[in-house]
Design a binder for this molecule. Structure first.
Ligand code: ATP
Ligand code: MG
Length: 813
């Protein structure tokens, strides 16, 4: 007796079980990577439904990506074997869009409001900065946009910012003006940017308590995954949604006929919804976007009486991988230590690889992928991570050559292609006629003889006469432009008006259902035919235009799929879906390809084998963050996230030289590498760097110990990461991750292998050399100085190459 339990608790450890079954007001689950946080959240949703503690419509579960939302929905469905209609499982942004579309009018927006992505924001800011000559104050669309975004994530607006800003500083005055104009432009266009989606929802709830009360009444259970990466606005949103409804307001609702009686407590109020958040402060990697781990650390203060559950068993990775992860993250200060352990055994050692170049590194990755594949591992179970998108080039080149099926996750950016944005702008202009940005985008696309002067003329004409851009177009005759231009403008306006009419239902059924409205693909095809965009591309001789035409056809196909999948979905629903697509949504587990992605995109995912590439100073930590307070600590968390994605096999690779912006840079191993206990890693190196000529080894070793490549000399030790130099390689202190008794040079040798140092090799034009891989050749020219001297060599068989003399595997003959 008492042992019978729901199958949805099967296999859970006691802490996980407790988290699934807990029924109090507030629950915080903090645990390291792979400990089952997301799984527990999913089962908790299923459990709430199974025990009838909640109806599907009373649940709001927030995931970090749309993809994670879809997965959670599927799993809940699989566990319960029933649909979960009415349940909201979505990202913060998607939930807010749903709420705002319903309530838009209350805050002065059209329900068909546009959603601006970062490119739209940039265009808008560019125009504002130009109009204000603000570039002379040092503002760029990028810098102003980042600052505005940061402020919006703190729920500030231009006015509130101005109240606290130093307005005797002309730069501040200018920024406030940019911020004001930006907000005004979006407002006039009935557009919201991504940050607004959250901020405006918070504003809506605060300004309209009755509206807030409706959502508080509806969502009785809120669950948030990846809580460590919530920013202040998201935190406030959660707070607004989980607050109680006062007795007075509840009474008003009751009087209004809103059914709340069964929810009211003895005092007549509706208690706040239950809130479950899960997170891992060690995986907070979005501080640069305003994420604040204090949302986790302050949880018990914000929700007094909250239950806290810790999960410590990791079900994802082998112990070797976990030990490495624990050791690395242990170097961050200001954290609660949580030791992850695995019952899965030590597993294989981590493989470290030092490559000569990025190319060489890619070759290694590709070869290992083939080895794993030959041993039976599916391509889809492998992933390659990198810090920056630029690193994909070498990888893709080699993977293509070795015919390895791969996919760059979030790299295709279909919706960011110019031709797709053009086609979408037509749809947006139909859905939201006041969106000036969309109208200006299509004004002369395809070319219809409307020049930039006319475009700005229309815009000022609109401003001066208090018209929208669209109204200005309709009244363009008043501008005294040539008849051809005026005709073209009017024709475009008429095309858009005609498309808008197609969306109006033609009749109403006996049950009052409107019918006869065109669906998304019909409207898109009508617009494309009417404007001639597709025809122009098809008729072009530029082969790129053929690709562009195919992309637009793909968009048309997507609208058809959308119609099928969403029979009730309208144009605005389609546009919303497109706007909210995120990088990780690009994943396709079934596709049987190796996944390539940035470390940021990898969050929450897991793979049998993970290749973490470019583990070098400058990339990881990234040079941009190396000198920022907290930067290297956040980069370390990123490294931790990457390591903990691996289930069985982990490869850490670095290249000694990396081509960047047409330059070849010498790279140093990442400071984080020496934080991993040496015995966990099996170091290999590029054959081109092997000690094939024994005689040179001691010299190379000595040279390195003196601060050559890979020698962790003073140069790295002094680059403090803002954490008391704890992870630096000081002169005296032994690096923390080293096993006792081993000198740091020995450890460093392990990482870099036996690297040659040709620092003193005299080379001049005309010299003949021998290269380990390329054979013999003649030096044409030597450029650069010191450690950056480059030999331009014409090889007898391998063609022309540029080699970094200091470390290239070459000798004079
Ligand atoms: P992250 O911090 O990376 O988001 P997480 O804590 O959310 O990780 P999950 O993704 O939920 O962890 O779980 C990691 C892996 O462990 C998954 O493959 C999951 O199916 C598995 N897992 C979780 N709990 C158990 C369990 N009790 N028994 C067996 N496997 C489990
Ligand atoms: Mg998770």
């Amino acid at each position: 007796e008492g042992t019978r339990q729901s199958p949805l608790l099967d296999g859970l450890n006691p802490q996980q079980k407790e988290a699934v079954e807990y029924r109090g007001q507030a629950l915080l689950i903090i645990a390291g990577a792979g400990s089952g946080k997301t799984s527990v959240l999913t089962r908790r949703v299923a459990s709430l439904l199974e025990t009838r503690d909640a109806w599907p419509s009373q649940i709001l579960a927030i995931t970090f990506t749309n993809k994670a939302a879809a997965e959670m929905r599927e799993r809940v469905h699989a566990i319960l074997g029933q649909g979960s209609d009415g349940m909201w499982i979505s990202t913060f942004h998607s939930s807010c869009v749903r709420i705002l579309r319903r309530e838009a009018e209350k805050i002065g927006l059209s329900s068909t409001f546009s959603i601006y992505d970062s490119a739209d924001t940039k265009v808008t800011l560019k125009r504002i900065i130009k109009g204000l000559d603000a570039d002379t104050y040092g503002f760029t669309p990028g810098s102003a946009g980042a600052k505005i975004s940061k402020l919006k994530n703190e729920l500030a607006d231009a006015d509130s910012y101005a109240r606290n800003a130093n307005m005797s500083d002309p730069q501040e005055v200018m920024f406030v003006e940019i911020f004001r104009q930006y907000s005004a432009r979006l407002r006039a266009a009935s557009a919201l940017d991504f940050d607004d989606l959250i901020g405006e929802t918070v504003y809506l709830f605060r300004a309209f308590p009755k509206v807030a009360a409706l959502y508080r009444r509806r969502f009785r259970h809120l669950l948030v995954d990846e809580y460590q990466d919530t920013n202040h606005a998201q935190y406030a949103l959660v707070h607004e949604l989980t607050r109680p409804v006062t007795a007075e307001l509840a009474q008003e609702m009751d009087d209004d006929g809103v059914h709340v009686r069964n929810l009211r407590d003895a005092s007549g109020a509706i208690p706040g919804a239950s809130l479950t958040v899960v997170g891992d402060s060690d995986q907070s990697i979005y501080a640069f976007r305003g994420a604040d781990t204090r949302n986790i650390s302050g949880f018990e203060r914000d929700y007094p009486g909250a239950k806290v559950i810790l999960l410590e068993q990791n079900y994802r990775s082998t112990q070797n991988i976990l030990s490495a992860a624990n050791a690395v993250i242990g170097h961050n200060f200001d954290r609660t230590d949580k030791k992850l352990w695995s019952a899965g055994g030590d597993g294989e050692k981590i493989v470290g690889f030092t490559a000569y170049s990025g190319h060489d590194e890619a070759q290694f990755v590709s070869d290992e992928i083939q080895v794993l594949h030959a041993a039976g591992m599916a391509y889809r179970d492998m992933a390659v991570f990198y810090r920056t998108n630029a690193q994909t080039r070498a990888l893709e080149e080699i993977l293509v050559r070795s015919a390895t099926p791969y996919r760059v996750v979030g790299g295709t950016k279909f919706y960011e292609r110019a031709e797709i944005k053009d086609a979408l702008a037509y749809l947006i202009a139909v859905a939201n006629p006041v969106d000036e940005l969309a109208l200006r985008r299509i004004l002369n696309t395809p070319k219809r003889g409307i020049g930039p002067a006319t475009e700005t003329g229309l815009s000022s004409f609109a401003d001066d006469n208090d018209l929208t851009f669209r109204q200005a177009m309709r009244n363009s005759a008043a501008l005294g432009l040539g008849p051809k231009v005026t005709g073209a403008i009017l024709k475009l306006a008429e095309l858009l008006d005609a498309a808008a009419l197609m969306l109006v239902p033609t009749s109403v059924t006996a049950d009052g259902v409107p019918v006869g409205a065109a669906n998304v693909s019909e409207v898109l095809e009508f617009l494309l035919n009417g404007c001639g965009l597709l025809a122009v591309l098809r008729g072009s001789r530029d082969p790129q235009d053929e690709v562009r035409a195919e992309n637009i056809e793909e968009l048309v196909a997507q609208t058809k799929d959308f119609n099928k999948e969403n029979p009730d979905g309208g144009l605005v629903d389609f546009l919303t879906q497109v706007s909210l697509v995120a990088a990780a949504d690009d994943l396709d587990d079934a596709s049987g390809t190796v996944s390539l992605m940035t470390l940021h995109t990898a969050k929450g995912l897991e793979y049998e084998a993970v290749f973490l590439t470019g583990v070098e100073e400058g990339l990881l930590p990234h040079q941009m963050s190396a000198n920022e307070p907290g930067g290297p600590a956040e980069e370390r968390r990123l490294f931790y996230v990457g390591i903990t994605r691996a289930r069985k096999r982990l490869y850490l690779s670095l290249a000694m030289t990396r081509a960047q912006f047409g330059d070849i840079n010498v790279a140093m191993p990442s400071r984080y590498l020496q934080e991993i206990p040496a015995e966990l890693i099996d170091w290999k190196q590029s054959p081109g760097m092997a000690n094939s000529r024994g005689g040179t080894q001691p010299r190379a070793l000595n040279a390195r110990r003196d601060g050559g490549f890979g020698g962790f000399g003073n140069s790295v030790g002094s680059s403090s990461d803002g954490y008391g130099g704890r992870s630096g390689y000081g002169n005296s202190a032994k690096p923390a991750g080293l096993p006792p008794g081993k000198p740091k040079t020995e450890w460093a040798n392990k990482i870099t292998g036996t690297v040659r140092d040709n620092g003193s090799l005299e080379l001049a034009a005309g010299d003949r050399i021998r290269h380990h891989d390329f054979g013999e050749g003649r030096v044409n020219q030597v450029t650069g100085e010191g450690t950056k001297r480059i030999a331009h060599v014409q090889f007898d068989t391998a063609g022309a190459k540029k080699l970094l003399i200091k470390i290239a595997p070459i000798e004079k003959i």
